[in-house]
Design a protein around this ligand. Structure first.
Ligand SMILES: O=P(O)(O)O[C@H]1O[C@H](CO)[C@@H](O)[C@H]1O
Ligand SMILES: O=c1cc[nH]c(=O)[nH]1
Length: 248
């Protein structure tokens, strides 16, 4: 079975897919964190792998840059390959004074200048939000790792090189916790097709004060974020299972 962008069989992907923007990061995650990882997609070099983390089957696949790209991969993973839980693992910029490089951002909401959620919501303003249970699991999973975590509203920009400098003042005023390019689109796709989604980002640069991570710091903080994302999946499994037990 194949879609225009994923050449794989149904069953090749796990119900849970971790998604970095960069496909080479997907390969790195598979090689570094997953046991028995196998390549399940390489169309357009958008590598996807499925393996196990502490015994739990998990897939990891790149989603490219920007809302149009993540929207294609997320939709096909959900509707054609059975993905039920998508977690973006990426980098973002900071605008607030209290958000520092290396902080971990959990995207509770996805604001955007993209029109995609209006397109899918009859021109109305859709509040693009993360799945609540996944958000809670991520906060719980991050606690023991000791990484500073900020939970809040992400801004997913269509333009990396934005022409309007006044936008930053607006984002600061509205307490935007991180600026990246996909979360709002991912949350819209998940809502439309009935899946659960979350965005976790490491702050790679501060747009206002110019701080940025060195390449070594990027690698270390990316590994910390990946451990938290993988532990989020296990924590969410535990919380979902215990909820099912109590309703039986
Ligand atoms: O590091 P990733 O996950 O790609 O995320 C950020 O980096 C890219 C821009 O450089 C955009 O995709 C943005 O969202
Ligand atoms: O999209 C992004 C990612 C990192 N930093 C930014 O400023 N924007």
């Amino acid at each position: 079975m194949a879609t225009p962008h994923i050449k794989a069989e149904r069953g090749d992907f796990a119900d849970t897919v971790l998604m970095p923007g960069d496909p080479l990061r997907a390969r790195y995650i598979a090689e570094t964190f997953l046991e028995d990882a196998r390549l399940v997609n390489e169309v357009r070099n958008m590598y996807g792998y499925t393996g196990r983390y502490k015994g739990r089957e998990i897939s990891v696949m790149g989603h490219g840059m920007g809302i149009p790209s993540v929207s294609i991969y997320a939709k096909e993973l959900i509707t054609e390959f059975g993905a039920r839980r998508l977690i973006r693992v990426g980098s973002c910029g900071a605008v607030r004074d209290d958000v520092k490089v290396r902080d971990l951002i959990i995207g509770l909401g996805g604001s955007t200048d993209s029109g995609v959620n209006r397109s899918r919501f009859r021109g109305l303003d859709f509040a693009a939000i993360a799945d609540f249970d996944l958000t809670r699991a991520a906060v719980d999973a991050a606690g023991p790792q000791g990484t500073p975590v900020k939970v809040g509203n992400i801004f997913s920009a269509d333009l990396f090189y934005h022409p309007d400098p006044a936008l930053i003042d607006c984002l600061r005023k509205f307490d935007i916790v991180g600026v990246e390019m996909e979360a709002a689109g991912l949350y819209g796709v998940a809502a439309e097709f009935g899946a659960r989604a979350l965005t976790i980002c490491t702050v790679s640069d501060h747009i206002v004060n110019g701080d940025s991570l060195s390449s070594d710091e990027r690698a270390t903080s990316f590994d910390e974020m990946m451990t938290i994302a993988l532990e989020t999946v296990l924590e969410d499994d535990r919380q979902q299972n215990s909820r099912q037990e109590t309703t039986r």
